[in-house]
Design a protein around this ligand. Structure first.
Ligand code: HEM
Length: 409
């Protein structure tokens, strides 16, 4: 049976303070904790209502303003492209990439947190940028791996000059790879692809190259962490709940892959509930800091430009004022008639808040259902030392000592 997770002191203190009070309180100088679902929604809506991209580097250097470009317009272009990328064919291709990555990792003891991260992030990469020449693909992958290493570090490591320099070099290498791709596609030297880089190519004249590179890099950063972090927690729940693992297997063995790829949540409702509950129970990242962009004057939150506010989907998902038995993992709470479902729509926010909510919510959910399908019908996990596995709440929720071997069924 799963044990109580280990949590950092800072999170324990925030949790106690939030649940004892109204969920909105000053944490330090100029930093407001906004852990009430309704206030978080309102503050975010006001703060980002007119979000535009930062000025172009060339304009910054000349001390002038760039033509504003709305973040919303860019998001809409990505969301439209994601609809094409997530049809039955695209979902099948995503599943095939995940299967190939799992096949490369069979029959030897591995850190399962890394397996989850690599399988999810690498399978998503071609959705963000496809068709890169091998050397540039390797640069982007190195950057993704570097970001994951930092995210998953369980102990604080001292930042030396050389470490910082290496981090910058890796980031610049990945940025240059994206720059070459954008330029190459715009000039017709490289072929257009069905990916999230392509709408940015179309917008290059308005964006300029620097802002375009930053936009693609933002999506690359967004896929390096949260999808794999939830996937690791999902594997943890699957390996620790034989009853649920059996329910998923019997559901998923009965659906064809064609059905699964065209409507995953509809044809596999039990699995969908399991995924939703994993997203509730273990939502990453645990804390998100946001700069205050415009003065905000709400009854519960007064903020001035230059201050910051902290958000936590995790704290909202475990708030006893909004959930019954919040620390119990129970996918059946998502049944319409369940007694301890969410109190309100606002209290379930694994993908954040408008107007900056995750653009990959649908795709991320689908990928987790595909992972359930692969692990319940094609592969098996044998944990190396099941007694020592436990959950920890660090930068993201993460199972510790989660080692094991994946074999084919
Ligand atoms: C289970 C998987 C995922 C989880 C849990 C997740 C979670 C999140 C969260 C919490 C945010 C911050 C939202 C906010 O600031 O209010 C976010 C933002 C974002 N995510 Fe995801 N994400 C997932 C998958 C994906 C995927 C697959 C993609 C792309 C294909 C993606 C792209 C983005 C982008 C671009 C943003 C920034 C949106 C903006 O700033 O407007 N995410 N995600």
């Amino acid at each position: 049976m799963p044990r109580t997770p280990e949590e950092l002191d800072v999170l324990r203190e925030l949790r106690a303070k939030s649940y004892a009070g109204g969920g909105v309180f000053w944490i330090g100088d100029g930093e407001l904790g906004v852990f009430d679902p309704d206030v978080a929604q309102k503050v975010n809506a006001i703060n980002f209502s007119d979000l535009t991209l930062p000025d172009k580097l060339a304009d910054l250097l000349r001390g002038r303003k760039s033509t504003p470009f709305s973040w919303k317009q860019l998001r809409e272009a990505w969301i439209a492209q994601l609809r094409s990328l997530s049809d039955g064919e695209g979902t099948g291709q995503l599943a095939a990439r995940m299967e190939d990555l799992l096949n490369e990792r069979l029959d030897r003891p591995l850190d399962l947190v890394w397996v989850a991260q690599e399988v999810c992030t690498r399978a998503l990469l071609p959705i963000v940028v496809a068709g890169l020449p091998p050397a540039d693909a390797a640069r982007v992958l190195r950057d993704q791996t570097f970001k994951l290493t930092r995210l998953l570090a369980t102990e604080a490591s001292r930042e030396t000059f050389w470490k910082a320099a290496r981090a910058i070099l890796i980031q610049v290498g990945a940025g240059n790879a994206i720059r070459r791709e954008l330029r190459g596609r715009a000039a017709g030297r490289r072929s257009r692809q069905l990916d999230l880089t392509d709408p940015v190519v179309g917008l290059l004249p308005e964006l300029g190259l620097d802002r375009a590179v930053d936009a693609v890099t933002a999506v690359l950063t967004a896929i390096a962490g949260p999808p794999g972090a939830v996937a690791a927690c999902l594997l943890y729940e699957l390996t620790h709940r034989p009853d649920w693992a059996a329910r998923l297997t019997s559901e998923l063995e009965a659906v064809s892959t064609a059905e699964l790829y065209s409507a995953p949540a509809r044809v596999a409702p039990v699995t969908h509930r399991f995924v939703k509950e994993t997203l509730r129970m273990w939502s990453p990242p645990l804390l998100m800091t946001r700069p205050v962009r415009t003065d905000i004057s709400l009854e519960q939150a007064q903020l001035k430009v230059g201050q910051r506010y902290l958000l936590s989907t995790y704290l909202i998902h475990h708030d006893p004022r909004h959930w019954k038995a919040p620390d119990t993992f129970d996918p059946d709470r998502w049944l319409p008639e369940a007694a301890h479902g969410p109190c309100s729509h606002a209290s379930y926010v694994p993908f954040g808040w408008a107007p900056k909510a995750c653009i990959g919510a649908g795709l991320g959910t689908t990928q987790l259902i595909l992972l359930c399908h692969l692990m319940s019908t094609r592969y098996r996990i044998q944990l190396s030392d099941p007694e020592t596995v436990r959950m920890a709440l660090a930068a993201v929720p993460m199972p510790l000592n989660f080692r094991g071997t994946i074999t084919r069924r």
